[in-house]
Design a protein. Structure first.
Length: 91
């Protein structure tokens, strides 16, 4: 039962990590928590930067999720119940 649960959690982690990355823009750099937008002053005509809060997941999010999913999958394989092979011990 535990190996099955580990595989389900691994799948959810992998799909969730890649899904968050895709949903927030699939940025191939590091995670960003703000964005700079250029605006123009109507009177002077000068452009100026305005920073606003915006979360954009970077490439480390899906990589960490896939790495964690791989570890959980290895744990599921190691912890799976071992059945009898039906062969006599040759020693």
């Amino acid at each position: 039962m535990l190996p099955f649960v580990l595989r389900v959690v691994a799948t959810a982690l992998a799909v969730g990590g890649v899904g968050v990355w895709l949903a927030t823009g699939a940025h191939r750099g590091w995670t960003r928590t703000s964005e700079v937008e250029m605006r123009r002053d109507e009177i002077t005509g000068i452009d100026f930067p305005v920073r606003r809060d915006k979360f954009t997941a970077g490439v480390e999010i899906p990589l960490a999720a896939l790495g964690g999913a791989a570890l959980l999958t290895v744990a599921a394989v190691v912890l799976r119940p071992r059945g009898r092979s039906g062969h006599a011990n040759p020693s």
